[in-house]
Design a protein around this ligand. Structure first.
Ligand code: NAP
Length: 309
C-alpha cells in the first residue's frame, strides 16, 4: 500500500497545476501519469494562448516544464494508471494497474479526454495504416503526400496548418459550412495555398487497398452527391471524449456527455473525490482553463484535508 495525502489521477495541465498547490501546502502529493502521459497537450504542436510565453511553445515542451516544476517542489509522478477509487472512512483507496492500492485523504480526478472517431466503414481497418487522430505525432510520415483533415474546430485547423509543413496538399473536410475554430486560425488556413476546403462534406467511408488508405468517400449533405478523393493520409480531428469510464464504475456521477459532474468547489458526489480539467469540462476545454480548475480543486482539497486529517 502506498500512503499519500493527495492522489492526483492525471498528468496534464489540471493535474500539474493542482499538484503545485498541494505540495506547497505541505501535503504529500502523488500524480498518476496514466496511459496518455502529459495529456492532450503533448500532441499539440504550438501553443500560443497559454499566458506567460512570448513566443509559441510546443505542447510537449510545456508539459515537460510543468512536470519538472511539480517534481522540483516535491510531487512524485508514477507511471501508472488508476482502475478504481473508493471511499474508506476518512481515506480514499485507489487501485492501480497491477492491483496495488494508494491510500490518500483526497483524490483529484484529472483524467482528461481522448480523440473521438467517426465510427464509419474502413475506420478500424486503416487506423495506423494511413488513418490517425494525431497530426502532430504522425504528420511527418506524410512528407510530400496528399492528406485530409476532418473537422471544423481549432484542432482541425491547427493540424491542417501543421501538415502543410510536410504535405503537398491538405484537404480540410467539414460536415457543414460554418466552423468552430477561431477567426485568426481560419484566416491563416484560408490564406494557405496548400489547403483546399471541402465543405459541406460528410465522410462516409475510408477507402484503401487492404494495406493502407488510398482515398476517402464523401457525401454532400445538401445535394446527397457522393464523391471520392484520392489521398494517402487521413487525420480525424472531431473533438474528444472524457476519460471517465473507471470513475463511473466507481460510483462517480457523470453528465450525459460523460463529463464528471462537479459543484462550484470542484467536488464530485463522492466526499474526498474532486475533479478538474477536461474530464469535467464540456464547454471550454482549454489548457489554461484546465490549469485554473486544477488550482481551484487543489485549494478545496487543502481545506478538506485540514478538516478531516
Ligand atoms: P471541437 O471544437 O469540439 O470541434 C470538433 C469539430 O468536429 C466540430 O467542427 C464538429 O462539427 C466536428 N465533429 C464532431 N463530431 C463529428 C462527427 N461525428 N463527424 C464529423 N464531424 C464531427 O473540438 P477541437 O477542435 O478538438 O477543440 C476542442 C477544444 O479545444 C475547443 O474548445 C478548442 O477551441 C480547443 N482548442 C484550442 C486550441 C488553441 O487555442 N490553440 C487548439 C486546439 C483546440 P460541428 O461544428 O458541425 O459540430
Amino acid at each position: 500500500m502506498i500512503e499519500t495525502d493527495v492522489l492526483i489521477i492525471g498528468s496534464g495541465p489540471a493535474a500539474c497545476s493542482a499538484a503545485l498547490y498541494t505540495v506547497r501546502a505541505g501535503f504529500k502529493t502523488v500524480l498518476l501519469g496514466g496511459k496518455n502521459f502529459g495529456g492532450q497537450l503533448v500532441q499539440t504542436n504550438e501553443v500560443e494562448n497559454y499566458a506567460g510565453f512570448i513566443d509559441p511553445i510546443n505542447g510537449f515542451e510545456l508539459m515537460n516544464k510543468m512536470h519538472k516544476q511539480c517534481q522540483r517542489l516535491g510531487a512524485e509522478i508514477l507511471q501508472k494508471t488508476a482502475v478504481s477509487v473508493k471511499k474508506d472512512g476518512k481515506k480514499m483507496l485507489t487501485e492501480i494497474e497491477g492491483g496495488e492500492i494508494i491510500s490518500s485523504y483526497a483524490v483529484l480526478a484529472a483524467t482528461g479526454a481522448t480523440a473521438r472517431w467517426l465510427g464509419i466503414d474502413g475506420e478500424n481497418k486503416y487506423k495506423n495504416h494511413g488513418l490517425s487522430a494525431c497530426a502532430t505525432c504522425d504528420g511527418f510520415f506524410y512528407k510530400g503526400k496528399t492528406v485530409a483533415i476532418i473537422g471544423g474546430g481549432n484542432t482541425a485547423f491547427e493540424d491542417a496548418l501543421f501538415l502543410t509543413n510536410f504535405c503537398q496538399k491538405v484537404y480540410l473536410i467539414h460536415r457543414r459550412a460554418g466552423f468552430r475554430a477561431d477567426e485568426t486560425t481560419i484566416k491563416k488556413a484560408q490564406n494557405n495555398p496548400k489547403i483546399e476546403f471541402v465543405i459541406p462534406a460528410v465522410t462516409t467511408k475510408i477507402l484503401g487497398d487492404d494495406k493502407a488508405v488510398t482515398g476517402i468517400e464523401l457525401q454532400n449533405p445538401e445535394t446527397k452527391e457522393i464523391k471520392t478523393l484520392q489521398l494517402q493520409g487521413i487525420f480525424v480531428a472531431i473533438g474528444s471524449i472524457p476519460q471517465t469510464k473507471f470513475l463511473a464504475e466507481s460510483g462517480v456521477k457523470l453528465a450525459e456527455s460523460g463529463h464528471i459532474i462537479v459543484d462550484e468547489k470542484q467536488r464530485t458526489n463522492i466526499e474526498g473525490l474532486f475533479a478538474a480539467g477536461d474530464c469535467q469540462d464540456a464547454i471550454y476545454r482549454q489548457a489554461i482553463v484546465a490549469a485554473g480548475s486544477g488550482a481551484k480543486a487543489a485549494i478545496e482539497i487543502i481545506n478538506y484535508i485540514n478538516q478531516v486529517k
